[in-house]
Design a protein around this ligand. Structure first.
Ligand SMILES: Cc1cc2nc3c(=O)[nH]c(=O)nc-3n(C[C@H](O)[C@H](O)[C@H](O)COP(=O)(O)O)c2cc1C
Ligand code: FES
Length: 640
């Protein structure tokens, strides 16, 4: 690869790449992201290559291995260009049909199209698929259009033009001003204004300054940073290099969690390619700006994503947070000014420089500009990564994009902000999603986790789950977080096990205030959010557990019983054979009943009872009816 010595040479290269491409040549873009890999996309890719060869189309059709377009539950995802036909749940055995029908005969393969879960209508193009059409995919949109291992693909789509513009047409101060004017807020959790942080680092005393990418992404269920890093690593690199120029830094680190091997692989390739073209190294694009970057692999602790802990880890020590009376932007890695931003924050920088701050501020709400990627999961029909303009309502995200709640169940709440966030009940579904509105409700944006819960979710158990997670992940350095979370977990365990006491709710509230106010870092500072919001919006559920020993959602195992309805039981023996503890009595012609003393409430009987009988019921807060007498349990089959 030739080193590029000026923005003009970059433009020449772009024109050269484009001139060698045929815009109307068919391209089969196959997702090779982690989600689709888990579903076996490697075999899909291999079979498509084989089919193209078999059908004599080598050289006439391209096959591109792309990053994640976000709809992982429907993987392997295949997009056929130039038409943009989307195929879902593609298996190796579909390859022959797609090649012969869509590529050769220009027909759509019907059984691979998206089917709307509500209307049952099929849709072939991204613009018609509700999951995609209601999004604004400024950052994720290119994932299915480029091979993350090809810098030429990125350049063909305008990549590195923002860097060229920044270095050739703008001073470093002007770049910083533009990002500040764009009101870009950090996408990693707190929503802190990026421009302000950049300024602090730039103005902090000291010649050597660092810029860092946070790709720790510790929130359970969140994978937006992984999708960007795996699918479009050059977009993050370009943002980082521009940021380094604005801040006056010559060295950067990219902190990637150990569990993201594909992100590291693609990033290593991207760094090497950027070095070869001269986007990294000395005299970048012929300017006097020098910048190098290295990857640091994190060891997978949630707390290591916190800024001071992450920087301590890069220094080679245990990744524990420190008190931040001096900000890391002034004294970070080895006490030098260090600017940390999240993957998504950095990826927003090139479009801001290319399109200007005014364009960016035209998207979003008064206080939150641009788009945000959410990891939409839980009890929702369409799960995956969704990128929407700030200010879309929760209802639109969950119903228009997510396709609503499966099996016609009722929506109960949505948890935003991952373990540090809170739950938001139905009455706030029309809230405009932005940093400030979510905080007003007691939750937060966090890094973009969004877990939808239906009527079968126990809100006390949800609070217990998140406190359990955070108690495990607390580094233990400060007493309020270490001891406070332990006590909160004890109380929540007690309540969900039917041993809650009067005063437990008030005790949880008091402990929440203490942990939030006096913990060393934001892990403890935000940890009580799930408890406080579930108490605020679902206090009646806590009271039912404590006073009536009843779990209204029928989730808490200790407060449940399973019962076989003698009117519905057909003595089919299935539950009896599957019960792992032999708690079911009955016979071939003898209606079954559960020995409540032996039953461990595992729910296997309910799972295996054939749906045409539906004989097993969950009971909460009431006595289990006695089984019928022996003679009443006999089924006389075949007799009138
Ligand atoms: C316990 C804890 C874990 C965090 N984990 C992450 C993470 O995985 N990724 C991330 O970008 N920020 C994480 N943060 C937020 C960072 O401390 C920091 O605010 C952020 O990386 C700054 O980037 P931004 O301004 O672009 O959001 C975490 C914070 C805390 C308290
Ligand atoms: S990994 Fe393939 S769609 Fe997400």
């Amino acid at each position: 690869m030739p080193k590029l010595n000026s923005p003009a040479e970059l433009e020449e290269l772009r024109q050269d790449i484009l001139s060698r491409r045929e815009p109307n040549k068919p391209c089969i873009a196959i997702c090779a992201g982690t989600g689709c890999r888990a579903l076996g996309c490697d075999r899909v890719i291999a079979t498509f290559k084989e089919e193209v060869r078999k059908q004599g189309l080598v050289g006439k059709v391209d096959i591109k291995e792309t990053g994640c377009p976000g709809f992982c539950e429907k993987g392997t995802v295949v997009v056929i260009y130039p038409q943009g036909i989307c195929y879902f749940q593609v298996k190796p055995e579909d390859a022959a049909e797609v090649v012969s029908q869509t590529i050769v005969a220009h027909k759509v393969v019907d059984h691979l199209l998206y089917i709307d879960p509500i209307t049952n209508e099929k849709a072939a193009y991204e613009k018609d698929i509700p999951f995609y059409k209601n999004q604004m995919r400024l950052l994720l949109g290119n994932n299915s259009k480029l091979d993350p291992r090809s810098i030429d693909d990125y350049i063909a789509l305008g990549g590195y033009s923002a860097l060229a513009k920044a270095l050739s047409q703008m001073t470093s101060e002007q770049v910083l001003e533009e990002v500040d004017k764009a009101k870009l807020r950090g996408r990693g959790g707190g929503g802190f204004p990026a421009g302000r942080k950049w300024k602090t680092t730039r103005n902090a005393p000291g010649e050597i300054k660092y810029v860092i990418v946070n790709c720790d992404e510790g929130d359970p269920g969140a994978f937006m940073d992984r999708a960007i890093m795996e699918g479009n690593p050059h977009s993050v690199l370009e943002g980082l290099i521009i940021g380094a120029y604005a801040i006056g830094s010559c060295e950067g680190f990219i902190y990637v969690r150990e569990e993201y091997p594909l992100a590291v692989e693609n990033l290593n390739i991207a760094i090497k390619q950027a070095e070869d073209y001269g986007f990294l190294g000395e005299n970048i694009l012929g300017s006097d700006f020098n910048f190098t970057v290295s990857i640091y692999r994190g060891a997978g602790a949630f707390v290591s994503g916190e800024s001071s802990a992450l920087m301590t880890a890069i220094e080679g020590k245990v990744g524990e947070p420190r008190s931040k009376y001096i900000h890391t932007s002034e004294k970070g890695i080895w006490d030098r000014p260090s600017n940390l931003n999240n993957v998504e924050t950095w990826a927003n920088v090139p479009p801001i420089i290319n399109n200007g701050a005014d364009w960016f501020t035209s998207i979003g709400t008064e206080g939150s500009k641009g788009t945000k990627i959410f990891s939409l999961v839980g009890k929702v029909n369409n799960t995956g990564l969704v990128e929407v303009p700030m200010g879309m309502t929760l209802r639109d995200i969950i119903y228009k994009i997510g396709g609503g709640i499966p099996e016609g169940k009722k929506f109960k709440a949505v948890q935003t902000g991952g373990p540090s966030g809170g739950v938001i009940p139905e009455q706030f579904l029309d809230t405009l999603v932005d940093y400030d509105e979510l905080i007003k409700l007691g939750s937060m944006m966090g890094s973009g986790g969004m877990i939808v819960m239906d009527e079968d979710t126990c809100m006390v158990d949800i609070a217990r789950y998140f406190i359990d997670f955070l108690n495990d992940e607390s580094c233990g350095k400060c007493a309020p977080c270490r001891e406070g979370l332990k006590q909160m977990l004890k109380i929540l365990n007690r309540i969900t096990q039917g041993e809650g006491k009067e005063g437990d709710i008030e005790l949880l509230e008091e402990l929440s205030r203490i942990v939030a106010d006096s913990s060393l870092c934001a892990l403890g500072g935000t940890a009580p959010n799930s408890v406080l919001t579930t108490i605020k919006y679902f206090r009646d559920e806590y009271e039912a557990h404590i006073k009536e020993k009843r779990c209204p959602a029928k989730v808490c195992r200790s407060l449940l019983s399973y019962y076989i309805d003698p009117e519905k039981c057909q003595a089919c023996l299935i539950c009896l054979r599957n019960c792992p503890v032999g708690a079911i009595n009955g016979g071939k012609n003898l209606i079954h009943y559960i020995d409540q003393e032996k039953c461990t409430r595992c729910g296997t009987c309910m799972e295996v009872c054939p749906s045409r009988f539906n004989a097993v019921e969950k009971i909460a807060g009431q006595a289990v009816p006695e089984p019928p007498l022996q003679e009443a349990r006999v089924i006389h089959r075949g007799k009138s």
